[in-house]
Design a protein around this ligand. Structure first.
Ligand SMILES: Cc1cc2nc3c(=O)[nH]c(=O)nc-3n(C[C@H](O)[C@H](O)[C@H](O)COP(=O)(O)OP(=O)(O)OC[C@H]3O[C@@H](n4cnc5c(N)ncnc54)[C@H](O)[C@@H]3O)c2cc1C
Length: 541
């Protein structure tokens, strides 16, 4: 019998997505976002450019790459069982253990089948009729998804200095953020390390005893203080497990996502003698306590900051035997936390070894890389290995390179040409159903804590849209403007100076814009609670 129904024209139907959620990036943020999506019954795929999971901890495998956050404060807190199963070996674990942990999590929660490695997302195009994204990748993969979650990292695009001849070098040349999976043999080699930021100062002492010679090329020195790492003792392991719930509560609510508490006094409440005794305690404290548990006015009061810097400068002079080298290692252009302060183990001590030399690039700029070495105004030095510890295109680097096209074909990198414009550092107007946890304007302290807050917010929004039958989630323009104005206004007053990569100033041509969240987690919590409390009014359709 012939049907009386009118024939359905397939071309008029909006295309159906292949999956509900595509996550890009298998770092600590993306893995968590995938876990939550799968747990809630969304169909989900994670796409990762690297050959393994771990993100930062897959790519940065240089010797002694390690946490500056305490291992147990950085780790996932969503599963008490997981926390009990994984015993971190050190207060600040190193890359191999962190990579093992993230692989363990992927297998423990059956996520591996959802993960596609060695695949770089090169385009993501929004279709207005269906509210979906078509994601294109390097291997020809094309996938239509309802939600696109770009957990592509803030420090995932390595940056090289603009020096001619870099490709000409015939020896081995590696960026710390693109370190090969096969170990590098440094024994007896003439080695150059370019850069003395957080990665360079970890690498230098790690290889110094193996190499024949080590030449450090320094653009600007940083205020380095000891990490004070140590193995976690069996007693400490037991305490960590026993106190899991209270530790999690503290970490989930603290301003910066660390356990370190604030001090109770301002700098000049104490006499000089008391100050120096306190600084000695702080010098011997763990990692970021130097920032968080220091005198209450250290970051905001110039004189207070200068006192702490004077103490560190004294320490540098007492460790480094050659007064001229010591002087070159003491920052002159910024106070403590004017740039991201690195934490070190044996860094300053390395300069006392006879085969280590320091080239100050402000005095003798790098002119070119040749087939055999590096040439500065003082001449050519020949090397077997050059390690580029020259940082990253922070915050926007990966997102601006992903070929993201929103409403009306709007290119994300054009929309952000003058710097990013975001709501909560995780959404941007004109790009519906796109989220970027751990992206620009969000960062504030211990990374997994705030990027986890963002991932939870995204997840709850997806659940709410599913429950109420909405197909589109988009930040209203006014909400985005308010958040971005907050970032720009308070960013201008931040302790970090424009010379910091937190303003993007390390990448030539990049707009100088603050890329962190100066409101911290309290601001993030407040605005998130308002959006949820208002039933996502204005965000869903
Ligand atoms: C050496 C080093 C040490 C650090 N130590 C600390 C620390 O102690 N504490 C702290 O809080 N933070 C630290 N950080 C910051 C660190 O980046 C974050 O802690 C965290 O790893 C970020 O996780 P993520 O998942 O958001 O991003 P990432 O770990 O950077 O992962 C992003 C992933 O996305 C992938 N990706 C990007 N673009 C694409 C694309 N187009 N297609 C496919 N895949 C893509 C990348 O390959 C990468 O694997 C450190 C960073 C570095 C470099």
């Amino acid at each position: 019998m012939e049907s009386l129904e009118p024939a359905l024209d397939d071309s008029s139907r909006p295309p159906r997505p292949d999956v509900d959620v595509v996550v890009v990036g298998a770092g600590i943020t993306g893995i968590y976002q995938l876990y939550r999506a799968c747990e809630a019954g969304f169909s989900a795929r994670l796409i990762e450019a690297g050959g393994g999971v771990g993100g930062t901890w897959y790519w940065n495998r240089y010797p002694q790459a390690r946490f500056d956050s305490e291992s147990y404060t950085y780790a996932y807190l969503f599963s008490k069982e997981l926390f009990h199963e994984w015993e971190w070996q050190e207060h600040f674990s190193s890359q191999p253990e962190i990579e093992r942990y993230l692989n363990y999590v992927v297998d423990r929660f059956d996520l591996r089948d959802h993960i596609q490695l060695d695949t770089k997302v090169t385009s993501a195009v929004f279709d207005e009729s269906s509210g979906t994204w078509t994601v294109g990748a390097s291997d020809g993969t094309e996938l239509r998804t309802h939600y696109l979650i770009a957990a592509t990292g803030i420090l995932s695009v390595p940056n090289f200095p603009n020096v001619p001849g870099r490709e000409d070098f015939r020896g081995e040349s590696h960026h710390t953020g693109l370190w090969p999976t096969t170990p590098i043999d440094f024994a007896g080699k003439r080695v150059a390390v370019v850069g003395t930021g957080a990665s360079g100062v970890q690498l230098i002492p790690a290889i110094v005893d193996e190499v024949a010679s080590l030449t450090v090329y320094q653009r600007t020195p940083n205020w380095c203080t000891p990490l004070n790492n140590s193995p976690i003792t069996p007693d400490e392991q037991a305490q960590l497990k026993a106190n899991f719930e209270s530790m999690r509560d503290t970490l989930n609510t603290s301003q910066s996502g660390f356990l370190h508490g604030p001090h109770d006094r301002a700098t000049f409440d104490d006499s000089k003698e008391e100050r120096w005794a306190f600084y000695e305690t702080i010098w011997n404290s763990l990692g970021f306590a130097k920032l968080i548990s220091n005198y209450t006015d250290m970051l905001m009061n110039k004189d207070a900051n200068a006192e702490w810097c004077e103490f560190i400068a004294e320490k540098i002079r007492s460790i480094v035997q050659d007064p001229e080298i010591a002087d070159k290692l003491i920052p002159k252009d910024h106070g403590y936390a004017g740039k991201r302060p690195p934490f070190v183990t044996g860094y300053y001590e390395a300069y006392n070894l006879p085969h280590v030399s320091l080239v100050d690039l402000t005095e003798t700029p790098m002119e070119r890389v040749t087939e055999t070495g590096i040439e500065t105004a003082e001449g050519l030095r020949e090397f077997d290995i050059i390690a580029w510890a020259t940082g990253f295109d922070f915050g926007t680097g990966a997102l601006n390179r992903m070929g993201v096209r929103g409403r009306g074909g709007l290119a994300l990198e054009k929309y952000w040409a003058d710097g990013p414009s975001t709501f909560l550092g995780l959404m941007t107007h004109g790009f519906p159903n796109l989220f970027f946890p751990g992206g620009p304007h969000g960062a504030t302290g211990n990374n997994p804590r705030y990027s986890g807050d963002q991932a939870d917010f995204i997840h709850d929004a997806l659940l709410s849209a599913r429950q109420h039958g909405y197909s589109t989630i988009e930040a209203p323009a006014a909400a985005e403007e308010e958040w971005t104005t907050m970032v720009d206004t308070y960013g201008a007053k931040a302790t970090f100076t424009e010379a910091s990569y937190f303003f993007g100033s390390n990448v030539p041509g990049k707009p100088i814009k603050y890329l962190l969240n100066p409101g911290g987690r309290p601001k993030l919590f407040k605005v998130m609670a308002e959006v949820v409390g208002n039933g996502y009014q204005g965000f869903m359709s």
